[in-house]
Design a protein around this ligand. Structure first.
Ligand SMILES: [Zn+2]
Length: 542
Protein backbone atom coordinates (compact mmCIF):
# COMPACT_ATOMS: atom_id res chain seq x y z
CA UNK A 1 0.00 0.00 0.00
CA UNK A 2 1.03 3.58 -0.49
CA UNK A 3 3.08 4.92 2.32
CA UNK A 4 4.97 1.71 2.94
CA UNK A 5 8.64 2.16 2.36
CA UNK A 6 8.90 -0.23 -0.61
CA UNK A 7 7.02 2.24 -2.84
CA UNK A 8 8.51 5.64 -3.71
CA UNK A 9 5.44 7.80 -3.20
CA UNK A 10 4.71 11.22 -1.75
CA UNK A 11 2.36 11.98 1.13
CA UNK A 12 -0.11 13.42 -1.40
CA UNK A 13 -0.25 10.18 -3.40
CA UNK A 14 -3.63 8.53 -2.90
CA UNK A 15 -3.98 5.01 -1.51
CA UNK A 16 -6.36 4.18 -4.31
CA UNK A 17 -7.63 5.70 -7.54
CA UNK A 18 -10.87 5.46 -9.47
CA UNK A 19 -10.68 4.07 -12.98
CA UNK A 20 -12.65 6.02 -15.54
CA UNK A 21 -12.76 4.06 -18.77
CA UNK A 22 -13.31 5.82 -22.09
CA UNK A 23 -12.88 2.81 -24.42
CA UNK A 24 -16.43 3.24 -25.71
CA UNK A 25 -16.10 6.98 -26.40
CA UNK A 26 -12.51 8.26 -26.81
CA UNK A 27 -11.42 4.70 -27.73
CA UNK A 28 -14.07 4.41 -30.41
CA UNK A 29 -12.61 7.58 -31.97
CA UNK A 30 -9.42 5.69 -32.83
CA UNK A 31 -8.66 5.15 -36.50
CA UNK A 32 -10.10 1.89 -37.77
CA UNK A 33 -12.18 1.26 -34.63
CA UNK A 34 -15.90 0.84 -34.91
CA UNK A 35 -18.04 -0.76 -32.23
CA UNK A 36 -21.56 -1.90 -32.92
CA UNK A 37 -24.18 -1.31 -30.25
CA UNK A 38 -23.95 -4.98 -29.25
CA UNK A 39 -20.15 -4.71 -29.02
CA UNK A 40 -20.49 -1.69 -26.75
CA UNK A 41 -22.89 -3.47 -24.43
CA UNK A 42 -20.65 -6.53 -24.24
CA UNK A 43 -17.59 -4.38 -23.50
CA UNK A 44 -19.51 -2.48 -20.81
CA UNK A 45 -20.38 -5.77 -19.13
CA UNK A 46 -16.73 -6.93 -19.20
CA UNK A 47 -15.54 -3.59 -17.78
CA UNK A 48 -18.09 -3.89 -15.00
CA UNK A 49 -16.97 -7.45 -14.23
CA UNK A 50 -13.38 -6.19 -14.07
CA UNK A 51 -14.38 -3.70 -11.38
CA UNK A 52 -13.87 -0.54 -13.47
CA UNK A 53 -15.52 2.36 -11.63
CA UNK A 54 -16.81 4.50 -14.51
CA UNK A 55 -17.73 3.56 -18.06
CA UNK A 56 -18.04 6.49 -20.44
CA UNK A 57 -20.77 5.26 -22.74
CA UNK A 58 -20.58 7.87 -25.50
CA UNK A 59 -21.80 11.27 -26.48
CA UNK A 60 -25.60 11.17 -26.48
CA UNK A 61 -26.63 13.20 -29.42
CA UNK A 62 -29.84 13.30 -31.45
CA UNK A 63 -27.74 12.77 -34.59
CA UNK A 64 -26.12 9.67 -33.10
CA UNK A 65 -29.00 7.32 -32.26
CA UNK A 66 -26.58 4.44 -31.56
CA UNK A 67 -25.19 6.21 -28.49
CA UNK A 68 -28.65 7.17 -27.23
CA UNK A 69 -29.81 3.58 -27.64
CA UNK A 70 -26.73 2.43 -25.73
CA UNK A 71 -27.81 4.43 -22.66
CA UNK A 72 -31.28 2.86 -22.82
CA UNK A 73 -30.04 -0.68 -23.30
CA UNK A 74 -27.17 -0.60 -20.82
CA UNK A 75 -29.67 -0.14 -17.99
CA UNK A 76 -31.00 -3.62 -18.64
CA UNK A 77 -27.53 -5.21 -18.56
CA UNK A 78 -27.49 -5.55 -14.80
CA UNK A 79 -24.11 -3.85 -14.26
CA UNK A 80 -23.09 -4.48 -10.71
CA UNK A 81 -20.71 -1.75 -9.68
CA UNK A 82 -19.67 0.45 -12.61
CA UNK A 83 -21.33 3.82 -13.14
CA UNK A 84 -22.13 4.58 -16.76
CA UNK A 85 -21.44 8.19 -17.66
CA UNK A 86 -22.74 10.33 -20.52
CA UNK A 87 -20.17 12.59 -22.15
CA UNK A 88 -20.64 15.98 -23.78
CA UNK A 89 -19.50 19.58 -23.81
CA UNK A 90 -20.38 22.76 -21.98
CA UNK A 91 -23.31 24.70 -23.46
CA UNK A 92 -23.04 26.67 -26.68
CA UNK A 93 -22.29 30.33 -25.99
CA UNK A 94 -25.52 31.47 -27.64
CA UNK A 95 -27.80 29.36 -25.40
CA UNK A 96 -28.99 29.52 -21.83
CA UNK A 97 -28.09 26.29 -20.02
CA UNK A 98 -31.71 25.19 -19.64
CA UNK A 99 -32.44 25.51 -23.35
CA UNK A 100 -29.11 24.24 -24.64
CA UNK A 101 -29.64 21.10 -26.76
CA UNK A 102 -26.28 19.58 -25.75
CA UNK A 103 -27.02 19.77 -22.02
CA UNK A 104 -30.66 18.69 -22.50
CA UNK A 105 -29.61 15.57 -24.43
CA UNK A 106 -27.06 14.76 -21.74
CA UNK A 107 -29.89 14.77 -19.22
CA UNK A 108 -32.02 12.58 -21.50
CA UNK A 109 -29.34 9.88 -21.38
CA UNK A 110 -30.51 9.52 -17.80
CA UNK A 111 -27.22 8.66 -16.10
CA UNK A 112 -26.31 9.35 -12.50
CA UNK A 113 -22.98 10.83 -13.63
CA UNK A 114 -22.38 13.26 -16.50
CA UNK A 115 -18.97 14.30 -17.78
CA UNK A 116 -18.65 17.57 -19.65
CA UNK A 117 -15.54 19.05 -21.12
CA UNK A 118 -14.74 22.72 -21.33
CA UNK A 119 -11.88 24.76 -22.69
CA UNK A 120 -8.90 25.50 -20.42
CA UNK A 121 -6.64 26.88 -23.13
CA UNK A 122 -7.05 30.50 -24.19
CA UNK A 123 -6.07 29.59 -27.75
CA UNK A 124 -9.19 27.45 -28.07
CA UNK A 125 -11.39 30.00 -26.37
CA UNK A 126 -10.49 32.80 -28.76
CA UNK A 127 -9.77 30.80 -31.94
CA UNK A 128 -12.31 27.98 -31.78
CA UNK A 129 -15.16 29.15 -29.56
CA UNK A 130 -14.48 32.80 -30.49
CA UNK A 131 -15.73 34.11 -27.17
CA UNK A 132 -14.04 36.14 -24.46
CA UNK A 133 -12.06 34.38 -21.71
CA UNK A 134 -14.57 35.59 -19.10
CA UNK A 135 -17.53 34.32 -21.08
CA UNK A 136 -15.86 30.90 -21.28
CA UNK A 137 -15.52 30.84 -17.47
CA UNK A 138 -19.20 31.71 -17.14
CA UNK A 139 -20.36 29.00 -19.47
CA UNK A 140 -18.23 26.39 -17.68
CA UNK A 141 -19.70 27.38 -14.34
CA UNK A 142 -23.33 27.61 -15.37
CA UNK A 143 -23.24 24.43 -17.50
CA UNK A 144 -21.93 22.45 -14.52
CA UNK A 145 -24.35 24.21 -12.21
CA UNK A 146 -27.35 23.40 -14.41
CA UNK A 147 -26.54 19.68 -14.60
CA UNK A 148 -25.85 19.55 -10.86
CA UNK A 149 -29.13 21.33 -10.14
CA UNK A 150 -30.85 18.53 -12.05
CA UNK A 151 -29.45 16.12 -9.47
CA UNK A 152 -26.54 14.76 -11.48
CA UNK A 153 -23.00 14.13 -10.32
CA UNK A 154 -20.78 16.14 -12.65
CA UNK A 155 -17.23 15.38 -13.73
CA UNK A 156 -15.49 18.29 -15.46
CA UNK A 157 -12.85 17.41 -18.08
CA UNK A 158 -10.57 20.42 -18.44
CA UNK A 159 -9.71 20.01 -22.10
CA UNK A 160 -6.13 21.00 -23.06
CA UNK A 161 -5.52 21.84 -19.42
CA UNK A 162 -1.75 21.36 -19.58
CA UNK A 163 -1.30 23.34 -22.81
CA UNK A 164 -3.49 26.02 -21.28
CA UNK A 165 -1.44 25.96 -18.09
CA UNK A 166 1.77 26.42 -20.08
CA UNK A 167 0.31 29.38 -21.97
CA UNK A 168 -1.41 31.08 -19.04
CA UNK A 169 -1.42 29.14 -15.79
CA UNK A 170 -3.69 31.58 -14.00
CA UNK A 171 -6.42 31.34 -16.62
CA UNK A 172 -6.22 27.53 -16.80
CA UNK A 173 -6.60 27.36 -13.01
CA UNK A 174 -9.55 29.73 -13.18
CA UNK A 175 -11.41 27.27 -15.45
CA UNK A 176 -11.04 24.66 -12.70
CA UNK A 177 -12.33 27.16 -10.13
CA UNK A 178 -15.33 27.85 -12.36
CA UNK A 179 -16.19 24.14 -12.61
CA UNK A 180 -15.75 23.70 -8.87
CA UNK A 181 -17.95 26.61 -8.00
CA UNK A 182 -20.56 25.25 -10.42
CA UNK A 183 -20.59 22.09 -8.32
CA UNK A 184 -18.31 19.66 -10.21
CA UNK A 185 -17.52 16.64 -8.08
CA UNK A 186 -14.07 16.33 -9.62
CA UNK A 187 -12.05 18.20 -12.23
CA UNK A 188 -9.95 16.18 -14.65
CA UNK A 189 -6.76 17.62 -16.10
CA UNK A 190 -6.46 16.62 -19.76
CA UNK A 191 -3.34 16.39 -21.88
CA UNK A 192 -5.57 16.39 -24.92
CA UNK A 193 -2.76 16.77 -27.46
CA UNK A 194 -0.61 14.21 -25.66
CA UNK A 195 2.54 16.28 -25.89
CA UNK A 196 3.46 16.78 -22.22
CA UNK A 197 6.43 15.37 -20.35
CA UNK A 198 6.29 14.00 -16.80
CA UNK A 199 8.16 17.08 -15.53
CA UNK A 200 5.47 19.40 -16.91
CA UNK A 201 2.69 17.22 -15.54
CA UNK A 202 4.37 17.18 -12.14
CA UNK A 203 4.69 20.97 -11.89
CA UNK A 204 1.12 21.66 -13.04
CA UNK A 205 -0.43 18.99 -10.79
CA UNK A 206 1.47 20.26 -7.76
CA UNK A 207 0.11 23.74 -8.45
CA UNK A 208 -3.45 22.44 -8.92
CA UNK A 209 -3.19 20.50 -5.67
CA UNK A 210 -2.28 23.68 -3.81
CA UNK A 211 -4.86 25.80 -5.58
CA UNK A 212 -8.13 23.88 -5.68
CA UNK A 213 -10.08 22.56 -2.75
CA UNK A 214 -11.49 19.42 -4.33
CA UNK A 215 -10.33 16.27 -6.03
CA UNK A 216 -8.65 16.13 -9.41
CA UNK A 217 -8.11 13.40 -11.99
CA UNK A 218 -5.90 12.97 -15.05
CA UNK A 219 -6.57 12.17 -18.72
CA UNK A 220 -3.52 11.75 -20.94
CA UNK A 221 -3.08 10.99 -24.61
CA UNK A 222 -0.07 9.15 -25.91
CA UNK A 223 1.28 11.33 -28.70
CA UNK A 224 4.75 11.42 -27.14
CA UNK A 225 4.62 7.82 -25.96
CA UNK A 226 4.55 9.16 -22.40
CA UNK A 227 0.92 8.73 -21.39
CA UNK A 228 1.59 6.07 -18.79
CA UNK A 229 4.50 8.01 -17.27
CA UNK A 230 2.36 11.16 -17.29
CA UNK A 231 -0.63 9.44 -15.70
CA UNK A 232 1.60 7.92 -13.05
CA UNK A 233 3.12 11.32 -12.36
CA UNK A 234 -0.35 12.79 -12.01
CA UNK A 235 -1.29 10.13 -9.46
CA UNK A 236 1.96 10.53 -7.54
CA UNK A 237 1.09 14.24 -7.36
CA UNK A 238 -2.37 13.52 -6.02
CA UNK A 239 -4.77 12.66 -8.87
CA UNK A 240 -7.48 10.34 -7.57
CA UNK A 241 -9.06 9.42 -10.91
CA UNK A 242 -7.35 8.08 -14.02
CA UNK A 243 -8.95 8.25 -17.43
CA UNK A 244 -7.87 6.01 -20.30
CA UNK A 245 -8.85 3.08 -22.47
CA UNK A 246 -8.22 -0.64 -22.71
CA UNK A 247 -5.22 -1.26 -25.02
CA UNK A 248 -4.81 2.51 -25.34
CA UNK A 249 -7.14 2.80 -28.31
CA UNK A 250 -8.20 6.38 -29.11
CA UNK A 251 -7.65 9.45 -31.28
CA UNK A 252 -4.30 9.58 -33.16
CA UNK A 253 -1.74 7.65 -31.07
CA UNK A 254 -4.42 6.75 -28.57
CA UNK A 255 -5.37 7.38 -24.97
CA UNK A 256 -3.49 6.23 -21.94
CA UNK A 257 -3.42 2.43 -21.97
CA UNK A 258 -4.96 1.04 -18.78
CA UNK A 259 -3.33 -2.30 -19.50
CA UNK A 260 0.01 -0.59 -18.83
CA UNK A 261 -0.98 2.04 -16.29
CA UNK A 262 -3.12 -0.08 -13.98
CA UNK A 263 -0.36 -2.67 -13.37
CA UNK A 264 2.17 0.15 -13.03
CA UNK A 265 0.07 1.80 -10.35
CA UNK A 266 -0.85 -1.41 -8.57
CA UNK A 267 2.41 -3.30 -8.76
CA UNK A 268 5.01 -0.52 -8.85
CA UNK A 269 3.44 2.21 -6.72
CA UNK A 270 1.11 0.15 -4.54
CA UNK A 271 -1.87 2.33 -5.49
CA UNK A 272 -5.06 0.27 -5.48
CA UNK A 273 -6.97 0.40 -8.78
CA UNK A 274 -8.95 -2.73 -9.56
CA UNK A 275 -10.81 -4.71 -6.96
CA UNK A 276 -8.95 -7.51 -5.23
CA UNK A 277 -8.21 -10.41 -7.55
CA UNK A 278 -9.24 -8.58 -10.73
CA UNK A 279 -5.78 -7.62 -11.92
CA UNK A 280 -5.12 -11.18 -13.00
CA UNK A 281 -8.00 -10.92 -15.48
CA UNK A 282 -6.39 -7.94 -17.23
CA UNK A 283 -4.93 -9.92 -20.11
CA UNK A 284 -8.29 -11.55 -20.84
CA UNK A 285 -9.94 -8.12 -20.84
CA UNK A 286 -7.25 -6.75 -23.15
CA UNK A 287 -7.69 -9.61 -25.63
CA UNK A 288 -11.46 -9.28 -25.46
CA UNK A 289 -11.34 -5.60 -26.42
CA UNK A 290 -8.91 -6.33 -29.29
CA UNK A 291 -11.32 -8.97 -30.50
CA UNK A 292 -14.28 -6.57 -30.32
CA UNK A 293 -12.26 -3.83 -32.03
CA UNK A 294 -11.35 -6.35 -34.73
CA UNK A 295 -7.69 -5.58 -34.23
CA UNK A 296 -4.68 -7.80 -33.79
CA UNK A 297 -3.80 -8.08 -30.14
CA UNK A 298 -0.52 -6.20 -29.87
CA UNK A 299 1.81 -8.94 -28.68
CA UNK A 300 4.47 -6.46 -27.58
CA UNK A 301 2.19 -4.60 -25.16
CA UNK A 302 3.76 -4.34 -21.71
CA UNK A 303 2.24 -6.74 -19.18
CA UNK A 304 -0.58 -8.14 -21.35
CA UNK A 305 1.13 -8.80 -24.71
CA UNK A 306 1.80 -12.41 -25.63
CA UNK A 307 5.50 -11.53 -25.88
CA UNK A 308 5.66 -9.68 -22.57
CA UNK A 309 7.10 -12.73 -20.85
CA UNK A 310 8.38 -14.66 -23.88
CA UNK A 311 12.06 -15.58 -23.64
CA UNK A 312 14.09 -16.44 -26.68
CA UNK A 313 17.82 -15.94 -26.15
CA UNK A 314 19.56 -19.04 -24.81
CA UNK A 315 21.12 -17.19 -21.87
CA UNK A 316 17.77 -15.60 -21.01
CA UNK A 317 15.99 -18.94 -21.00
CA UNK A 318 18.74 -20.50 -18.94
CA UNK A 319 18.45 -17.65 -16.42
CA UNK A 320 14.66 -17.74 -16.23
CA UNK A 321 14.68 -21.48 -15.66
CA UNK A 322 17.05 -21.00 -12.73
CA UNK A 323 15.20 -18.03 -11.28
CA UNK A 324 12.43 -16.19 -13.12
CA UNK A 325 13.41 -12.87 -11.54
CA UNK A 326 16.60 -12.84 -13.58
CA UNK A 327 14.66 -11.71 -16.68
CA UNK A 328 11.13 -10.86 -15.50
CA UNK A 329 10.14 -7.62 -13.76
CA UNK A 330 6.97 -9.17 -12.30
CA UNK A 331 5.35 -12.57 -12.03
CA UNK A 332 3.35 -12.83 -15.32
CA UNK A 333 0.42 -14.46 -13.55
CA UNK A 334 -0.27 -11.26 -11.61
CA UNK A 335 -1.79 -9.80 -14.79
CA UNK A 336 -3.06 -13.10 -16.19
CA UNK A 337 -0.16 -13.58 -18.58
CA UNK A 338 2.23 -16.50 -18.75
CA UNK A 339 5.87 -17.19 -19.29
CA UNK A 340 6.75 -18.59 -22.70
CA UNK A 341 10.01 -20.17 -23.73
CA UNK A 342 10.48 -19.76 -27.45
CA UNK A 343 12.04 -22.41 -29.60
CA UNK A 344 14.50 -20.84 -31.93
CA UNK A 345 17.89 -21.26 -33.44
CA UNK A 346 19.18 -19.57 -30.32
CA UNK A 347 17.67 -22.30 -28.16
CA UNK A 348 19.88 -24.57 -26.12
CA UNK A 349 19.33 -27.99 -24.55
CA UNK A 350 17.74 -26.37 -21.50
CA UNK A 351 14.92 -24.86 -23.60
CA UNK A 352 14.31 -28.10 -25.44
CA UNK A 353 14.24 -29.96 -22.17
CA UNK A 354 11.83 -27.46 -20.60
CA UNK A 355 9.50 -27.89 -23.57
CA UNK A 356 9.63 -31.69 -23.35
CA UNK A 357 9.60 -32.16 -19.60
CA UNK A 358 5.85 -32.50 -19.23
CA UNK A 359 5.70 -35.15 -21.97
CA UNK A 360 8.82 -37.08 -21.04
CA UNK A 361 9.25 -36.72 -17.30
CA UNK A 362 12.68 -37.68 -16.09
CA UNK A 363 14.41 -36.84 -19.36
CA UNK A 364 17.90 -35.52 -18.62
CA UNK A 365 19.59 -32.50 -20.19
CA UNK A 366 22.62 -34.67 -20.94
CA UNK A 367 20.59 -37.43 -22.62
CA UNK A 368 21.96 -37.76 -26.17
CA UNK A 369 18.39 -37.77 -27.48
CA UNK A 370 17.93 -34.21 -26.17
CA UNK A 371 21.04 -33.18 -28.11
CA UNK A 372 19.69 -34.99 -31.17
CA UNK A 373 16.37 -33.12 -30.92
CA UNK A 374 18.25 -29.83 -30.66
CA UNK A 375 20.39 -30.71 -33.70
CA UNK A 376 17.31 -31.63 -35.74
CA UNK A 377 15.56 -28.44 -34.61
CA UNK A 378 18.46 -26.35 -35.89
CA UNK A 379 18.54 -28.31 -39.11
CA UNK A 380 14.88 -27.67 -39.77
CA UNK A 381 15.23 -24.02 -38.87
CA UNK A 382 17.91 -23.71 -41.52
CA UNK A 383 15.35 -25.00 -44.00
CA UNK A 384 12.94 -22.24 -42.95
CA UNK A 385 10.91 -23.99 -40.27
CA UNK A 386 9.89 -22.09 -37.16
CA UNK A 387 8.48 -23.85 -34.16
CA UNK A 388 7.58 -20.90 -31.90
CA UNK A 389 3.92 -21.19 -32.87
CA UNK A 390 4.05 -24.85 -33.89
CA UNK A 391 4.25 -26.90 -30.73
CA UNK A 392 2.45 -29.78 -32.51
CA UNK A 393 5.14 -30.10 -35.19
CA UNK A 394 7.87 -29.72 -32.59
CA UNK A 395 6.49 -32.56 -30.47
CA UNK A 396 6.25 -34.82 -33.52
CA UNK A 397 9.86 -33.98 -34.39
CA UNK A 398 10.91 -34.85 -30.84
CA UNK A 399 8.78 -38.03 -30.78
CA UNK A 400 10.52 -39.34 -33.92
CA UNK A 401 13.83 -39.14 -32.07
CA UNK A 402 12.83 -39.97 -28.50
CA UNK A 403 9.96 -42.44 -29.00
CA UNK A 404 10.82 -43.80 -32.41
CA UNK A 405 7.44 -42.43 -33.46
CA UNK A 406 6.11 -43.69 -36.80
CA UNK A 407 3.59 -41.63 -38.77
CA UNK A 408 0.04 -43.09 -38.86
CA UNK A 409 0.02 -43.39 -42.67
CA UNK A 410 2.20 -43.03 -45.72
CA UNK A 411 1.38 -40.99 -48.76
CA UNK A 412 1.31 -42.63 -52.21
CA UNK A 413 0.44 -39.37 -53.91
CA UNK A 414 -2.02 -36.51 -54.23
CA UNK A 415 -3.31 -34.25 -56.98
CA UNK A 416 -5.10 -30.95 -56.71
CA UNK A 417 -6.89 -29.24 -59.58
CA UNK A 418 -8.70 -25.93 -59.62
CA UNK A 419 -11.48 -25.25 -62.12
CA UNK A 420 -12.73 -21.85 -63.12
CA UNK A 421 -16.41 -22.21 -63.97
CA UNK A 422 -18.19 -20.20 -66.61
CA UNK A 423 -19.75 -17.79 -64.12
CA UNK A 424 -16.29 -17.08 -62.72
CA UNK A 425 -16.45 -19.14 -59.53
CA UNK A 426 -13.56 -21.43 -58.67
CA UNK A 427 -13.79 -24.95 -57.36
CA UNK A 428 -10.87 -27.07 -56.27
CA UNK A 429 -10.77 -30.83 -56.14
CA UNK A 430 -8.15 -32.95 -54.44
CA UNK A 431 -7.55 -36.68 -54.82
CA UNK A 432 -5.27 -38.50 -52.45
CA UNK A 433 -3.84 -41.99 -52.09
CA UNK A 434 -2.66 -43.16 -48.66
CA UNK A 435 -1.51 -46.40 -47.13
CA UNK A 436 -2.75 -47.06 -43.62
CA UNK A 437 -1.77 -50.34 -41.95
CA UNK A 438 -0.94 -51.84 -45.32
CA UNK A 439 -4.33 -50.92 -46.82
CA UNK A 440 -4.56 -48.41 -49.61
CA UNK A 441 -7.16 -45.68 -49.37
CA UNK A 442 -8.07 -43.50 -52.34
CA UNK A 443 -10.43 -40.54 -51.89
CA UNK A 444 -11.40 -37.25 -53.45
CA UNK A 445 -12.94 -34.07 -52.05
CA UNK A 446 -13.97 -30.67 -53.28
CA UNK A 447 -13.20 -27.43 -51.45
CA UNK A 448 -13.28 -23.64 -51.65
CA UNK A 449 -9.63 -23.61 -52.51
CA UNK A 450 -6.84 -26.14 -53.07
CA UNK A 451 -5.87 -26.32 -49.39
CA UNK A 452 -9.47 -26.75 -48.29
CA UNK A 453 -9.95 -29.54 -50.85
CA UNK A 454 -6.74 -31.26 -49.76
CA UNK A 455 -7.78 -31.03 -46.12
CA UNK A 456 -11.15 -32.57 -47.00
CA UNK A 457 -9.61 -35.46 -48.96
CA UNK A 458 -7.08 -36.19 -46.24
CA UNK A 459 -9.71 -36.30 -43.51
CA UNK A 460 -12.01 -38.47 -45.62
CA UNK A 461 -9.21 -40.94 -46.25
CA UNK A 462 -8.23 -41.20 -42.58
CA UNK A 463 -11.69 -41.07 -41.07
CA UNK A 464 -12.31 -44.84 -41.50
CA UNK A 465 -9.19 -45.64 -39.46
CA UNK A 466 -9.15 -42.72 -37.04
CA UNK A 467 -12.64 -41.32 -36.40
CA UNK A 468 -11.25 -38.81 -33.83
CA UNK A 469 -9.89 -36.81 -36.80
CA UNK A 470 -13.39 -35.57 -37.57
CA UNK A 471 -13.39 -33.20 -34.58
CA UNK A 472 -10.33 -31.28 -35.87
CA UNK A 473 -11.08 -27.81 -37.21
CA UNK A 474 -8.61 -25.47 -38.89
CA UNK A 475 -8.71 -22.26 -36.89
CA UNK A 476 -6.09 -20.25 -38.71
CA UNK A 477 -3.93 -20.57 -41.79
CA UNK A 478 -0.97 -18.31 -42.48
CA UNK A 479 1.43 -18.25 -45.39
CA UNK A 480 4.73 -16.45 -45.37
CA UNK A 481 7.17 -16.11 -48.22
CA UNK A 482 10.75 -16.62 -47.03
CA UNK A 483 13.55 -14.71 -48.73
CA UNK A 484 15.48 -16.43 -51.41
CA UNK A 485 18.91 -15.02 -50.68
CA UNK A 486 20.88 -17.42 -52.86
CA UNK A 487 18.94 -16.94 -56.05
CA UNK A 488 17.10 -20.22 -55.49
CA UNK A 489 13.35 -20.36 -55.69
CA UNK A 490 11.62 -18.65 -52.79
CA UNK A 491 10.25 -20.94 -50.12
CA UNK A 492 6.98 -20.52 -48.30
CA UNK A 493 6.20 -21.34 -44.71
CA UNK A 494 2.65 -22.36 -43.84
CA UNK A 495 1.47 -22.18 -40.24
CA UNK A 496 -1.78 -23.86 -39.31
CA UNK A 497 -3.64 -23.57 -36.04
CA UNK A 498 -6.01 -26.45 -35.31
CA UNK A 499 -8.43 -27.25 -32.55
CA UNK A 500 -10.58 -30.20 -31.53
CA UNK A 501 -12.71 -28.06 -29.24
CA UNK A 502 -10.53 -28.87 -26.24
CA UNK A 503 -6.92 -28.40 -27.28
CA UNK A 504 -5.42 -25.91 -29.71
CA UNK A 505 -2.14 -26.66 -31.51
CA UNK A 506 0.02 -25.18 -34.21
CA UNK A 507 1.85 -27.01 -36.99
CA UNK A 508 4.20 -25.86 -39.71
CA UNK A 509 5.26 -26.85 -43.22
CA UNK A 510 7.96 -25.41 -45.50
CA UNK A 511 8.40 -25.98 -49.22
CA UNK A 512 8.97 -24.20 -52.49
CA UNK A 513 5.35 -24.99 -53.29
CA UNK A 514 2.53 -23.59 -51.18
CA UNK A 515 0.33 -26.68 -51.64
CA UNK A 516 3.14 -28.94 -50.53
CA UNK A 517 3.92 -26.73 -47.50
CA UNK A 518 0.23 -26.77 -46.61
CA UNK A 519 0.13 -30.56 -46.97
CA UNK A 520 3.07 -30.97 -44.56
CA UNK A 521 1.39 -28.72 -41.97
CA UNK A 522 -1.98 -30.46 -42.43
CA UNK A 523 -0.49 -33.93 -42.00
CA UNK A 524 1.28 -32.75 -38.83
CA UNK A 525 -1.98 -31.29 -37.57
CA UNK A 526 -3.93 -34.54 -37.96
CA UNK A 527 -1.01 -36.70 -36.78
CA UNK A 528 -0.65 -34.57 -33.68
CA UNK A 529 -4.35 -35.00 -32.93
CA UNK A 530 -3.81 -38.77 -32.93
CA UNK A 531 -0.81 -38.40 -30.62
CA UNK A 532 -2.90 -36.25 -28.26
CA UNK A 533 -5.73 -38.80 -28.23
CA UNK A 534 -3.30 -41.64 -27.58
CA UNK A 535 -1.64 -39.69 -24.77
CA UNK A 536 -5.02 -38.96 -23.16
CA UNK A 537 -6.12 -42.62 -23.46
CA UNK A 538 -2.78 -43.64 -21.88
CA UNK A 539 -3.33 -41.26 -18.96
CA UNK A 540 -6.76 -42.74 -18.36
CA UNK A 541 -5.40 -46.31 -18.31
CA UNK A 542 -2.76 -45.48 -15.73
ZN1 LIG B 1 -9.28 12.36 -24.73
Amino acid sequence: MAGESEFPVLPCTPVKVEIYDSTLRDGAQGEGISFSLEDKLLIAQKLDEAGIHYIEGGWPNPTNPKDMEFFRRVKTCGLRSARVTAFGSTRRACNRPDNDPILRTLLEADTEVITIFGKSWGLHVTEVLRISPDENLRLIEDSVQFLASEGRRVIFDAEHFFDGYKADSEYALKTLDAAESGGAEIVVLCDTNGGMTPEEIKAACADVRERIGGAFGIHCHNDSGLSSANTLTGVIEGAVQIQGTINGIGERCGNDNFCTTIPNLSLKLGVECMAEGKLKELMTLSRFVSEMANEFHNHRQPYVGESAFAHKGGAHIDGVLKNARTFEHIDPQLVGNQRRLLLSDQAGSATVLAKLESIYPGLDKKDPRVKAVLAELKNKENEGYQYEAAQGSFELLAARIIDDYKPPFTLSGFRVITDVREEGSMVSEATIKLIVDGAEEHTASEGDGPVDALNGALRKALNRFYPGILSVRLEDYKVRVLDSSEGTEAKVRVLIESSDGVDVWGTVGVSENVIDASYIALVDSLSYKLVLDKRKAGNKNE
